[in-house]
Each structure stands twice: as structure tokens, then as C-alpha cells.
Design a protein around this ligand. Sequence first.
Ligand SMILES: Cc1cc2nc3c(=O)[nH]c(=O)nc-3n(C[C@H](O)[C@H](O)[C@H](O)COP(=O)(O)OP(=O)(O)OC[C@H]3O[C@@H](n4cnc5c(N)ncnc54)[C@H](O)[C@@H]3O)c2cc1C
Length: 434
Amino acid sequence: METSTIPSLFTPPTLAITPSPPLPPFKVLIIGASYAGLSTALNLQDLCAGLPPRSGPSPPTTTTTTTTTPPLPIPIEITLLDERDGFYHVIGSPLALADETYAAKAWVKYDDVAALRSPAIRHLHGSVTSVDMGRKVASFAAVRGGGGGETVEVGYDYLVAASGLRRVWPVVPQARRRKEYLFEVEEHVAGVVGGGIGAVGVEMAAELKMVQPQLKVTMVHSRDKLLSSEPLPEEVKDRALELLREAGVEVRMSTRLEGTEEAVDEEGKPCTKVTFANGETMLADRVIMAVSRSVPSTTHLPSAVLDGEGYVRIHANLTMPTDAPHTKDHFAVGDIAQWSGIKRCGTAMHMGYLAAHNIHQLMQQRVKNVEPEFVKLDEVPPMIGLAVGKKAVAYWPEGGMTSGADVLKNFFGDDLGFSICWNYLRLGGEKPVV
Ligand SMILES: Cc1cc2nc3c(=O)[nH]c(=O)nc-3n(C[C@H](O)[C@H](O)[C@H](O)COP(=O)(O)OP(=O)(O)OC[C@H]3O[C@@H](n4cnc5c(N)ncnc54)[C@H](O)[C@@H]3O)c2cc1C
């Protein structure tokens, strides 16, 4: 396998065992360009341009012994590295898998994201295979038109790990290019669903029933409560079940799937025979298993910064733990980070803003010799917003539980939150999606 370095306006990676202290233009490498990674990149770009960050308050003006100065522009080179060729709205997956028109909207190639058309930001398409925190160099398998596999090294001054969770099909599409994704989704939506579990299974079953009401959708759950593994009040779990049944989904609680086998229905059409632990059987055109646990995409990171489940251990200022080299220049944001609360995109984007703020502080320390003032991530209590067809149920500690069509509108708009996220990060530049 060939190894090469990235040419062009970016400085080639340093090969020194101990890299020199970073100097501007600062090179920032962000692994994963989804909610957390994009939030980090765009907020950092704002701050380094001397502008208010788009997702939070501006840092206070800095004071040295003799002067008080507002933030000055700082030259940066941000590299966003992702396995996908575009921003994919993960939250919209249950609808994208049921509705081809929506699917086309839910994946926007990075080249078409106006906010990324900036001389300070570039996107590389590839899968990161290792990170050498001592040398400050990441290796990735490049995805190129007509092939790939070439291993490329990219050096950095600051690294932000934002590679989220590995989710299996059909929780999210597995394609790495928009074109292939549209084929993948087309094949899926032509089928009919069988069983599912958890928040994703609930949303998937409800969206499928809403988009294709003629389908008989049955959801099977082994426990006596939905969302059984989430630390949420019982009333939220009960309301989710009511909404799912209201949406026309047949729900079988306390039912364990024993196995599936190929069969034919009474019209001689191929289908799947599903057998449950109590001996009952049913025929389904399509069985969707939404039971697999998602795992953090962190195999490229040194084990010293990971917990037993593969999540990155972080400090409240989002830097990695001190058991590895240069950890004050290494950050982790979004689902990949080990932190309290249910994994949510709002938290991921907020963490991106906090990391951007703290990296900007480190840069200012370097160029202006001022003490950095870090912002910290608070503990996150359990909260959830769950879309169930034409309604939603939401819970957060101060507000308690709410549900209904208005909750769907408030939490998800008309497109399962696509426009809310797109506009919040101003991905369309100054032009919002409405
Ligand atoms: C079906 C579904 C519904 C959801 N609904 C909601 C909801 O209603 N509300 C809510 O708040 N949250 C919801 N979530 C959770 C939400 O999607 C996550 O919290 C959010 O995606 C986390 O964002 P992230 O940027 O940390 O990671 P991700 O969105 O997982 O993005 C990680 C990125 O890293 C890339 N990547 C991974 N490994 C590598 C590698 N080795 N090299 C290069 N790139 C890599 C991936 O391609 C991806 O683009 C839902 C999740 C699912 C699956």
C-alpha cells in the first residue's frame, strides 16, 4: 500500500518525534464532519476571523498587563476528514429509509455546503486508520473517484475527534457516497418492515407507517417498556408506546424473536417466516433488525485515551485525558465522547462550539501570550425528543414531558430536524432553508 502526504496549500506533516509548538497558520484536523465536527469547524472559523461564534457567546476580550484587546483574526487551516462525501442528517434516517424524496434532501455533498466554501476549510474524503498523538500525524485511507485505499498522512497542530458511533444498517445507510446512498435507500424503501426496538426502531416503524400507510407494520420488543435502556421517566416510555399505536403500528411488547427463515405466503410470494419465543409465528415481507448496539468509531485512537467501551475519556474542557502525549491539543466532541446524558445532536453541536472556543483560546495564548480561559461542558441530564409519525414526545428535567403534533413541530419542524440543524450551523451560508 502506497503512503503519501497531502500536497497543496497545506504544510506537509512534520516528521519530528516532538513537534515544534504550533505557530500560525494553525493546522486543525477534525475527524468526522457531522454535527459535532461541522460545529467545531464553523465556530472556530468564526472566532479566528474575529467574528462572534455562530453557536454561542463570544469570548471575553483578553487583558494583558498593559492592554485589553478584542480577538484579532488568526490564520487557520481547518481540514475536515470524513468517510462520507457529504453531510448526512442522521436524525432523518427513519424517514430517509421510507421516503426517497426526503432521502435526496437528507444528504448534501460537502461541495454543495455553502458554509464550507471558505479558503480556511477543506474537506478530505477518507477513513482515518490511525492517529499518532506524539508526532501529531493522522493516517487515513483516501477515497478517490474510481478507487481508493491509498494511505495518506496529514499533520496537525490541534486534533478534534468527532467520528461519532458506528451504526449498522438499517439504523443508518452504510454508503460513503451520495450516489450509492440513493441506491441503498431506494432498495430499502421498496420493502416492508418487521420488528424493531429502542428510539430508532420506534421512529423507523412510525415513519414507515406514515409514509406508506398501506403497509402493515409490526414492531416487536422483548421488554415490557419501550426505550427500556434509557434513563427516562416511565410516563415518557408509556407515552411513546401510545403514540406508536396511535400511528397505526402494531406493537408486540414482551415478545422475543426466536428466529427467521425464508418462506412463501399464501399467494406463493417469497417472504420471511418469523418465529417468536412463545411459539407464535408471522409472515413478513421484510424484517428489519434495529437491535444492534452502536459502538464508538475510535479504533484509530490510542487505547490510552479510551474507556472500556471505546468512548474517548474527556475533561470538561473537552481535551483528552493526560495519559497520552500532547493531550491539551487533542479534543473529542459529540457521541464519541464519554459523558453523561443521552447521545443527542444538540449536545454534539454544543460540544463543537465549546471545543472551538477552547482551541481558539490556545491559539491566542500562542500568539498573544495570554492565559487561556476555557469553557466547560456541564453534566447533561437525560432528555429526549422522539418523533413518532405525526406527533412527538419530548422530555427534559425542567419542562417535564410533553407530547403531540405541536411538539413534533417545535422539536423537528417539517423535516425531522433537517432545517433546524442546517440553519443552526448556517450550513447554507447566510441563506436559511425554510
Ligand atoms: C436514527 C437516529 C435518530 C436519531 N434521532 C435523534 C433525535 O431525534 N434528536 C437528537 O438529538 N439526536 C438523535 N439521534 C442521535 C444523533 O444522531 C447523534 O447524537 C449525532 O449524530 C451525533 O453527532 P456526531 O457528530 O457526534 O456523530 P455522527 O453524526 O455519528 O458523525 C460521525 C461522522 O464521522 C465520520 N466517521 C466515522 N468514523 C470515521 C473515520 N474513521 N474516518 C473518517 N470519518 C469517520 C462519519 O462518516 C460521520 O460523518 C439519532 C440517531 C439515530 C441513529
